[in-house]
Design a protein around this ligand. Sequence first.
Ligand code: PMP
Length: 351
Amino acid sequence: MSRFWSPLVHDLVPYVPGEQPKLVNLVKLNTNEHPWGPSPRVIEAIQAEVSANLRLYPDPNADALKNKLADYHGVTAEQVFVGNGSDEVLAHIFYGLFQHGKPVLFPDITYSFYPVYSGLYGIEARLIPLDEQFAVRPEDYSGDCGGIIFPNPNAPTGRLMPLADIETIAANNPDVPVVVDEAYVDFGGESAIQLVDRYPNLLVTQTLSKSRSLAGLRVGFAIGHADLIEALERVKNSFNSYPLDRLAIVGAVAAYEDETYFREATDYVIRERERVTAALQTLGFEVLPSVANFVLARHPGIAGADIAAGLRERSIIVRHFNKPRIENHLRITIGSTEQNDALLGALPEIV
Ligand code: PMP
């Protein structure tokens, strides 16, 4: 801490991202990246843009991407907001949509960035406990609040909430934004985007970091009523007029032009997830049924931290959270067949 720091910064508790190790020979199963690279079309589009246009500012509105996403998801371009990763989109949601002075509701076990944004903007975070099966109970999300947010599927549990439950939450809270963070929806979930025309308070966010293999490009978006999007545009234009650079815009557009690759890439992860789940169960793990590109698992006989440490000694990195109820669990990203085999080969030496 320094006397040169603003008082606002003294009390910030920042998000701690999963480790991004520099070593290349690690089996990296800790931050839910896709084991495949992006579609070759993405690479071509980015290379062409590098050659042609880098001296020019990007389109501040990223219209090409908004139009592409609008077409793809069956909405209008006015219903689409794009940002530098869905983390940035979520930050703008906390600032520009949630009513400050009232609590924001989200599950007690969920994406750890939500409490961080709450702290950043001085919004009270009200954590709603998941049930015994780690499911969201929709009836718990009501009362006087400034907004509601949850991932679907939830992270790090991987559990999916039915769309009917999302409708219940949106209908029970018509006066506040209800945000569904669909970072992992493409691995077996059903998107709530189809509901946004029915619920003007419903906003859905997605990312290209997971199912589109573009975590390094930093592109995320939100889809909802044009009024909600307008608020996000105001925040964005008061913060950074060019959140998406030229490479991100052309690369993201190209990602939505290769549906075949997208299907193959997501099907691969789903198949591997089912294989890894069954193999972990054979090793004595309890694995929560996941529709994401990771699984949350615990072994009854040995502490999660010890398993994570044992894997690390074998150059395999998974995520361990020091949080109540899941302190003995590991969140394991579904990697390539070879990476998953390395994990499954190492575990019998530890558990
Ligand atoms: N939401 C959830 C639930 C996530 O797990 C992540 C990835 N850490 C994000 C949003 C943010 O993803 P990105 O900023 O890469 O779009």
